[in-house]
Design a protein around this ligand. Structure first.
Ligand SMILES: Nc1ncnc2c1ncn2[C@@H]1O[C@H](COP(=O)(O)OP(=O)(O)OP(=O)(O)O)[C@@H](O)[C@H]1O
Ligand SMILES: O=P(O)(O)OC[C@H]1O[C@](O)(CO)[C@@H](O)[C@@H]1O
Length: 704
């Protein structure tokens, strides 16, 4: 095969990461000034399975990047194994004819091309030769840029170079081929990819509340409706005023039908009311809600987390993540983004001048939309909402005092300031902003958008006053990957404590979380729930496939961990995975079916029809006699979620249907009421990709 002295290509430029830093190698093969010959398309074939193992019929087609440029890029670890390859021309959908370029094999080894980057010569006839310029580039960048570029590429379905981030598409090199060569990433996993049900990832601010003035403000027609809407209030307790004005405490501890605390005027909620009311949290959150409800001042029943920070400091990102966490715990939480209000009222193409501190019209307009959003949030709280996340820069004391005045007697404000001093992170954030923010969606010139945002940022920096009033949390350099710090002032209560604990454990380091049920068990075959049986033959096959998958998918990971429940079907499923520590979590055990454990659904329906009906009516809150409800499962999974957020290395979670529904719902931000009905098929891996732009998902079905 190809030989040649090893030289560093001029084209190789080391990108954002330092030479000694970790990170991936992005290799980009480009061929230009291709004048199409019939339907011949440039391909690459070579020594590893990804590129056909020298079989032209399995050559990898290059993608057209522009009218005259074709490209193929892949991710490799700096110490990847040698790749011998050649360009060839053939049609995409059949294998004849194909024309292989003249000359020796090209060889890519250890991140450098061996030999010079010669032209690609294709001999069509004895006297007709096509010449194409070839460019082979290898850049080393941090995982951050990988995640950011990949996201931008996915979202824009275009080479993300157009909007400022190096073009990256991930075509990995497959596993060991017959020639025994291993490679850094495995494209043959792609053959297992199945569609994900989740909606395409949307810019976080777009998912926030719309101004009430823009939608029908449907006031509940009668007191009764108002009572039911109140019963949506957060947590477990909400005062229910009956027609005669008497108070009854409504306690929902995740039990099949709402039970009322013994009280003189306790009244039973009608089915429609209990069914319609916001399913409350259970366990610790319920107990805390009782305490806060009974002991705390009225305004403490409603909490406003008011973001503070310069642009591109992660306010919206943090606000969206916190909203997702609190909703998953059963708190009625809404995210109000003032930028969205501003765009709806004043348009999305305002220049940096709108944000100048000496622009009276701009200042007035900004305060006006902030007050509008605050009014909406307070109105929502008065209808029963509990936690409002108020997302804006709120960058001056004047603005914050305005908000505190509006909140007096209505809700408790805690300021949450995000501070970032790392210029590289700020730079990356700005690039992501230009990529994703609706403010620049119509800006086709990345550089112009970038400069405008920098001017906007400069305008804010001139006016910025760090938080030093009231109750506040300061997150300082939490995104740098080296921990950062959190400062807390004048904070108390259960929920603020949970919020601080959550924020302390979150970070932005990109890493995958792989979720999978155990392999098919003997009880699955019999249709029996719960139990602790071993795997069926099919389940054992899955265990083997899973270990192969994990070995390939986590091949380049220095560290990872495997989490199972304490039930043998998950332990046996993970048994064959080698090389990573295994941890058994009792919290990952399947929902406890109590007296129904080991029964089939038919047997429950026949022998315990009232239990069967209760569960069917409200599967989220129904609790098996001497067993659990889904709300109970969520509560016991909260420490698992915190630990998954805290981990910086990949985690493989091997658990059970109900448990995985709850975990998946957290990452996919599914409403509580959907959790018990989420499709969670056997023998399928859900890869949750946690990264700088939020959560994405990919699914692999290894077998039926
Ligand atoms: N604590 C943090 N510190 C620095 N960067 C962060 C933090 N959290 C998230 N980020 C990153 O900041 C990027 C931009 O965040 P986001 O859009 O939330 O900024 P923002 O502060 O809301 O900006 P703007 O005020 O212009 O809306 C996110 O994509 C994320 O990668
Ligand atoms: O909430 P559902 O739909 O009954 O699913 C939970 C059930 O799924 C299983 O894991 C498998 O049937 C049972 O052990 C468990 O009770």
């Amino acid at each position: 095969m190809g030989t040649g002295s090893s030289i560093n290509l001029d084209a190789i430029s080391h990108g954002a990461g330092d030479d000694h830093a970790g990170g991936q190698l992005y290799v980009s093969l480009k061929m230009e000034s291709y004048t199409p010959k019939a339907d011949l398309v440039p391909h690459v074939y070579g020594s590893v399975p990804l590129v056909g193992s020298w079989d032209p019929s399995k050559a990898l087609p290059m993608e057209r990047e522009s009218s005259s440029m074709w490209q193929l890029s892949f991710v490799a670890s700096p110490n990847h194994d040698t790749l011998d390859f050649k360009f060839l021309l053939k049609s995409k959908d059949n294998n004849e004819p194909f024309i292989v370029e003249e000359g020796p094999n090209r060889q890519f080894m250890g991140g450098t091309l061996q030999g010079v980057t010669r032209l690609a010569l294709f001999r069509l006839t004895t006297d007709e030769v096509l010449e194409y310029r070839v460019c082979i580039k290898a850049d080393r960048v941090s995982p951050f840029d990988l995640a950011a570029s990949w996201r931008a590429y996915q979202e824009n379905l275009e080479p993300s170079t157009v909007r400022g981030i190096p073009d990256v598409s991930i075509n990995a090199i497959p596993e060991d081929g017959e020639n025994g060569m291993s490679s850094s990433l495995d494209l043959d996993l792609e053959q297992y990819v199945v569609p994900s049900p989740s909606t395409p990832v949307v810019y976080a601010a777009n998912l926030t509340e719309n101004p009430r003035s823009l939608k029908h403000n449907k006031e509940p027609a009668t007191i009764k409706e108002r009572e039911v809407s109140k019963s949506k209030s957060v947590g477990t307790f909400s005062p229910l005023e009956k027609e005669d004005g008497q108070q009854g405490l409504f306690v929902d501890r995740g039990v099949g039908s709402s039970r009322l605390v013994k009280s003189a005027s306790a009244t039973h909620l009608s089915d429609s009311e209990s069914k319609n009311s916001m399913p409350a949290a259970a366990g610790a959150v319920a107990a805390a809600a009782v305490a806060d409800q009974m002991l705390g001042p009225k305004e403490d029943m409603h909490l406003a987390i008011v973001l503070v920070g310069l642009p591109a400091r992660g306010k919206t990102f943090t606000a969206a993540k916190l909203t997702r966490y609190l909703r998953w715990l059963g708190h009625d939480t809404k995210h109000f983004n003032v930028g969205k209000y501003r765009r709806l009222k004043h348009g999305a193409t305002l220049s940096a001048d709108f944000f100048r501190g000496d622009n009276p019209d701009g200042m007035e307009a900004r305060n006006e939309v902030a007050a509008l959003a605050m009014d909406d949030m307070i109105s929502w709280m008065q209808e029963g909402g509990q936690v409002g996340i108020f997302d804006a820069t709120n960058s001056t004391s004047q603005r914050r005092n305005m908000l505190m005045k509006m909140a007096e007697g209505k809700c408790k404000i805690i300021f949450l300031e995000t501070i970032c001093n790392d210029p590289q992170i700020i730079e990356r954030n700005i690039r992501l902003k230009i990529q994703q923010s609706p403010d620049y969606a119509e800006e086709t010139d990345f550089e112009a958008g970038y400069q405008d945002f920098k001017r906007r940022l400069d305008n804010y920096e001139k006016m910025y006053e760090p938080v030093n009033e009231g109750s506040y949390i300061k997150m300082i350099d939490m995104a740098s990957g080296q921990g950062g710090q959190i400062q807390v002032n004048n904070l108390g209560g259960y929920l603020p404590g949970r919020i601080v604990f959550f924020l302390v454990n979150t970070h932005l380091t990109p890493r995958p979380i792989l979720l999978t049920r155990h392999g098919e068990s003997r009880d699955n075959l019999r249709g029996r729930i719960g139990g602790d049986t071993v795997l069926s033959g099919k389940g054992e096959v899955y265990a083997k496939k899973l270990s192969n998958f994990v070995e390939k998918r986590l091949k380049n990971e220095r560290a990872a961990s495997i989490w199972t429940s304490t039930l043998q079907r998950t332990i046996l499923t993970a048994n064959q995975i080698a090389g990573f520590p295994k941890i058994q979590w009792r919290a990952l055990d399947e929902i406890n079916a109590g007296v129904c454990d080991g029964m089939t659904y038919e047997e429950i329906k026949k022998n315990m029809p009232e239990e069967y009906e209760s569960r069917k009516k409200d599967k989220l809150r129904y609790r098996y006699p001497r067993g659990e409800s889904y709300l109970d499962v969520i509560q016991r999974l909260e420490p698992v979620i915190i630990e998954l957020e805290r981990q910086r290395a990949p985690v493989v979670v091997v658990s059970h249907q109900a448990v995985l529904r709850a975990l998946y719902a957290y990452f996919a931000d599914k409403p509580l009421k959907e959790i018990p009905h989420i499709e969670m098929p056997l023998h399928t891996i859900i890869e949750i990709q946690m990264g700088v732009t939020g959560v994405q998902e990919k699914r692999y079905k290894l077998m039926d």
